[in-house]
Design a protein around this ligand. Sequence first.
Ligand SMILES: C[S@@+](CC[C@H](N)C(=O)[O-])C[C@H]1O[C@@H](n2cnc3c(N)ncnc32)[C@H](O)[C@@H]1O
Length: 247
Amino acid sequence: MRFDVISLFPDLFAAFTEQGVTGRAFQRGLAELVLWNPRDYTTDRHRTVDDRPYGGGPGMVMKPEPLAAAIGAARQAAPESRVVYLSPQGERFDQRQANQAAQWGGVILLAGRYEGIDERVVERYVDCEWSIGDYVVSGGEPAAIVVIDAITRLLPGVLGDAESAVQDSYMDGLLDSPHYTRPVEFAGLRVPEILASGDHQRIRRWRLQQALIRTRLRRPDLLAERELTGEERDLLNDYMRTLAEIR
Ligand SMILES: C[S@@+](CC[C@H](N)C(=O)[O-])C[C@H]1O[C@@H](n2cnc3c(N)ncnc32)[C@H](O)[C@@H]1O
């Protein structure tokens, strides 16, 4: 999948494309990242990319012309891609959107800086806006990295079997179950015995029950949106009964 990012700070992406799961995906050509710096599309001597806001007030605003030219160049190189502005005012980017976007041919991510970008760029060139959460970061680059990572790990061949995304939180509307590795005892706590039993069916049911319990306790909103299978309902009811007995 192709990612194009329009950013005033392209160097921020170096470590991300060189290391870890995403680094491997880029090195193996499963994903491609092309960076476009709006400063390269300025026409004045000072290579100006920002200006004071109309109406006054603090901060600067990214000028429309270099952004429009950079978007135009990215679009020409990746005509199938959608243009997404990363913005705290956008639709919340979640696993569902990551899953959908992993089916797209590509995405052009527009990273703002300062107070943001001239609104006319959003109106004219942007297909949708994504937010990584209800807080403000200093620029769209960290948001772009979050989005690219979440999508890239879903692309075919990126994760090995051992790292498979299938059981990850949110993939099927539940949080993941807890994980353990050796040693069997650490800080006075033992690994749940069932995980060392070798009984794959019981382990699967235990993990599913743990995922259901966690989701119920930490994110009941997810359960409200999801229909449970008969087995899931039984596992959750078992737990609720045990809880009621303890009380
Ligand atoms: C300092 S922020 C500007 C925030 C803007 N004044 C506002 O309050 O909506 C600069 C840039 O960071 C990016 N950004 C900040 N928070 C973000 C978030 N939660 N999700 C996605 N992008 C964000 C956007 O690209 C934004 O243009």
